[in-house]
Design a protein around this ligand. Structure first.
Ligand code: NCD
Length: 336
């Protein structure tokens, strides 16, 4: 297994990921995918290490995926759930993290509804001089690196099962459609997909891709010549779908909406939903991704979601385990 190019202690954002790092994650995940296809799906790599899931926000996939990934690597796992914790007695987040440090945690996987919490905990761990790796499992509207990496792995594996690598995406067209404003998944995917040389097209209504936000992205484009070449913004779905190789649709994050941003769910589906007749605009081999959880019949029609000819949604969940094993392995093996 190759991990010679890996020096990163924390994975908080993909903004500064290098092509070599993407390829290391993809190749390592491919090795673990092979492990997961064996009869004995466990390796002793992280034996004796403790992986702690600190989830301050609800999660099904990400949390279970990190847990099974850690177990497949033979790590011991601790699971923290905010609602049943001492947070309810007034303990601060940093004190909670330090408690888990004292319990012997080597790797912390953190999800929080506020952007920046994983970074704050990582900074505190560095200040304390402890070699604990912090993995951002979704912070507010900021980033969700492991989701974007599993999306990347799902796509690249489809293009070359044995040797998934970033360059396979060069020249492909990828549409990201839906609630971009609230999506940390979109923000991480913008970094990875543009780094691959794919053409990335964002499409949403002006309320979900507001001009202020578009200006911010354009500013990033200005600073980053790679983005400049690869990122396109649309306020209608059709130009984004036209000849697309992959379509990533995003959940409407109603829990983050503080004002009415949609006419009605039915009208939203009419305007921005991924449905069968719209796919005619795309390449015939188009595949659809969704990070889940899905609002069936809203961002994607129910029948398409379940159609294995188009939908990669279940595959994304399965791939997520191999990708998270790769991340935990790369971050944790330096300590072993
Ligand atoms: C995403 C998240 O939590 O950001 N889901 C996930 O991790 N699988 C997207 C979402 O909640 O819509």
């Amino acid at each position: 297994m190759t991990n010679t190019s890996w020096t990163r202690q924390h994975v908080l954002s993909l903004a500064d990921f290098t092509v070599a790092e993407y390829d290391t994650v993809l190749q390592t995940a491919a090795s673990f995918k092979e492990v997961l296809s064996r009869r004995t799906k466990k390796v002793p790599t992280l034996q004796g290490q403790v992986v702690t899931n600190l989830f301050f926000e609800p999660s099904t996939r990400t949390r279970s995926s990190f847990e099974i990934a850690a177990k497949r690597l033979s790590a011991d796992t601790l699971n923290f759930t905010a609602s049943s914790s001492s947070l309810t007695k007034g303990e601060t987040i940093l004190d909670t993290a330090k408690t888990y440090l004292a319990l012997g945690t080597d790797l912390m996987v953190i999800r929080h509804r506020e952007a920046g919490v994983p970074q704050a905990i990582a900074t505190e761990m560095d200040r304390l001089g402890v070699k604990v790796g912090v993995l951002n499992a979704g912070d507010g509207q900021h980033e969700h690196p492991s989701q974007a990496l599993l999306d990347l792995f799902t796509i690249c594996t489809l293009l070359d099962r044995d040797r998934p690598r970033l360059e396979l995406l060069s020249g492909k067209k990828i549409a990201i459609v839906g609630d971009i404003l609230h999506s940390r998944v979109a923000r991480s995917n913008i970094w990875s997909l543009t780094a691959s040389g794919a053409e990335v097209h964002l499409a949403a209504s002006p309320t979900l891709l507001p001009h202020l936000f578009a200006d911010y992205i354009k500013n990033e484009i200005h600073k980053n010549p790679i983005l400049n070449r690869q990122l396109f913004l649309h306020w209608q779905i059709e130009p984004a779908l036209e000849k697309a190789d992959f379509v990533m649709t995003l959940r409407l994050q109603k829990e983050r909406m503080t004002q009415h941003l949609l006419p009605s769910l039915r009208e939203y589906h009419q305007l921005f939903g991924i449905k069968r007749d719209r796919l005619q605009l795309c390449q015939p081999h188009v595949k659809i991704l969704h990070p889940g959880p899905v609002n069936r019949g809203v961002e994607i029609s129910s029948d398409l979601m379940d159609d294995p000819n188009f939908s990669l949604i279940q595959e994304q969940v399965t791939s997520g385990v191999a990708v998270r094993m790769a991340l935990l392995y790369l971050m944790g093996s330096g300590k072993a």
